[in-house]
Write a protein that binds this ligand. Structure first.
Ligand code: WQD
Length: 336
C-alpha cells in the first residue's frame, strides 16, 4: 500500500516525503519538475536511507496518472502539485486555475476510478481572506481571497466538500498552512523560489548572503505592535509531520472530511523576523520601509488547538530553528 505524492519533489512535498519514509510508509512521487529539481529525489534518499518509486509527469495527464494507479497499490494521495506564487497567479490566472483546480479534478476522478478515497489537500490560511477574528480557528469565515492562487485553494476546498457530501466513504483532510519557512536540518532540501522571491524568509536569506542589497519592509503603519505585518511562521518540518498525523487519523478513523489549521499560534512581525534572523545566524539584514504591498493584511495567525486535540500535533520548532535552517540551506546550496 503506497501513498502517492504529486509534487513530491517540491518544497513541502519533499519534506513530507522524508517524514513519511521515516515513519515507515511506502511512497510514490510524481513530479514534472516545473518548480523543482531531480536532485531533490537523491537528497530525499540520502536523508532517509530509503528508496521509493518516481514518475516524471504532469499530474494532469490522466492517461499516465491512471497507469500509476494500475502499476501500484495506491491507498492514499497527498497533493503537493499546486502552483503557489501569489503574484504570478494574478498574471497567469488561467494557468493557475488549470493546474490547481483542473489538476485536482483529474486526480480525484482518477482516485475514484481506482477506488482510492483517502485524500489530503494542501490548503492555505489565505482561504480566510481578511480574518474577522484573530487567532483564526477552522470555524472562521472563509472567502474574500484577493488573488487567483488563493481562490484556487478555496475552490478546491468547496469541490472536496461537495465530493464528500455526494459520497461519505471518502476520507478527506484539508490542511490550512500558515507561513511555511525553514528547511530540513541537513541542508539537503529546502525552498528554491524561481526568480525574485515574493515571500519574506527567502528574501531575508538572500539579503544576508548578498544576493540583494536590502529587504523592503512593506509598510510600518499597520495596527500591530511595531507597525509591520504579523504572520504565523511555521517550520516546514513541523508542517510535514502534520501530514503524517493527518494520514494516521484518516487510516484510523476515516470516513470524514476534516479541516485543520497548521500553524504555531504565535504571530511575529516582519521586524521580529529580521531581528531573530540576526540573533540566530549573526547575519545583518539591511532593510528599508516602503509602501504597503497591495492585498496584504495586518495580522494573521492560527489557533492550532484543533490539530493538537484531534491529531496530537503541535509545532515543536521555534523561530531560531526556522532562521538557522533557512540560512543553513542557502549556505549548503552555495557550496554545491
Ligand atoms: C509575510 C510578511 C509582508 C516580503 C503568502 C501567501 C500565502 C502563503 C504564504 C503559499 C507580510 C512582509 C514580505 C518582503 C515584506 N502562500 N514582507 N517584504 O503574504 O503572509 O502569505 O505566502 O505558498 O498564501 O499569501 O507571506 O512571506 O509574502 O509575507 O515586508 O519582501 O512579510 O508584507 O507582512 P504572506 P509573505
Amino acid at each position: 500500500m503506497a501513498i502517492l505524492l504529486p509534487g513530491g519533489a517540491g518544497y513541502i512535498g519533499s519534506h513530507t516525503a522524508v517524514e513519511l519514509l521515516k515513519a515507515g510508509k511506502e511512497i510514490v512521487i510524481v513530479d514534472d519538475f516545473s518548480n523543482s529539481s531531480p536532485k531533490v529525489l537523491d537528497a530525499i534518499r540520502k536523508i532517509t536511507g530509503k528508496d521509493f518509486k518516481f514518475y516524471e509527469l504532469d499530474y494532469k495527464n490522466k492517461e499516465k496518472l491512471e497507469k500509476i494507479f494500475e502499476e501500484n497499490e495506491i491507498d492514499s494521495v497527498i497533493n503537493f502539485a499546486g502552483f503557489k506564487a501569489v503574484g504570478e497567479s494574478v498574471k497567469k490566472p488561467l494557468e493557475y486555475y488549470e493546474n490547481n483546480v483542473s489538476g485536482a479534478l483529474v486526480l480525484l476522478d482518477t482516485m475514484r476510478k481506482y477506488g482510492c478515497k483517502k485524500f489530503i489537500f494542501s490548503s492555505s490560511a489565505t482561504v480566510y481572506g481578511t480574518p474577522e477574528v484573530i487567532p483564526i480557528t477552522e470555524e472562521s469565515k472563509t472567502g474574500g481571497t484577493t488573488n487567483p492562487y488563493g481562490t484556487t485553494k478555496l475552490f478546491i476546498e468547496k469541490i472536496l466538500e461537495d465530493l464528500y457530501a455526494s459520497d461519505n466513504t471518502w476520507d478527506i483532510c484539508i490542511l490550512r498552512y500558515f507561513n511555511p519557512v525553514g528547511a530540513h536540518e541537513s541542508g539537503l532540501i529546502g525552498e528554491e523560489p524561481q526568480g525574485i522571491p515574493n515571500n519574506l524568509m527567502p528574501y531575508i536569506v538572500r539579503v544576508a548572503n548578498g544576493t540583494f542589497k536590502e529587504l523592503s519592509v512593506f509598510g510600518n503603519d499597520y495596527d500591530t505592535p511595531d507597525g509591520t505585518g504579523v504572520r504565523d511562521y511555521i517550520h516546514v518540518v513541523d508542517l510535514s509531520k502534520g501530514h503524517v498525523k493527518a494520514l494516521e487519523k484518516l487510516d484510523k478513523e476515516g470516513n470524514g472530511l476534516y479541516i485543520y489549521n497548521l500553524g504555531t499560534g504565535i504571530g511575529y512581525s516582519v521586524l521580529d523576523m529580521v531581528n531573530a534572523f540576526k540573533k540566530s545566524t549573526g547575519k545583518e539584514v539591511a532593510y528599508k520601509i516602503t509602501e504597503r504591498r497591495p492585498g496584504d493584511i495586518a495580522t494573521c495567525y492560527a489557533d492550532p488547538t484543533k490539530a493538537k486535540v484531534e491529531l496530537g500535533w503541535v509545532a515543536e520548532k521555534n523561530l531560531e530553528d526556522m532562521c538557522k535552517d533557512s540560512w543553513n540551506y542557502i549556505e549548503m546550496s552555495q557550496k554545491k
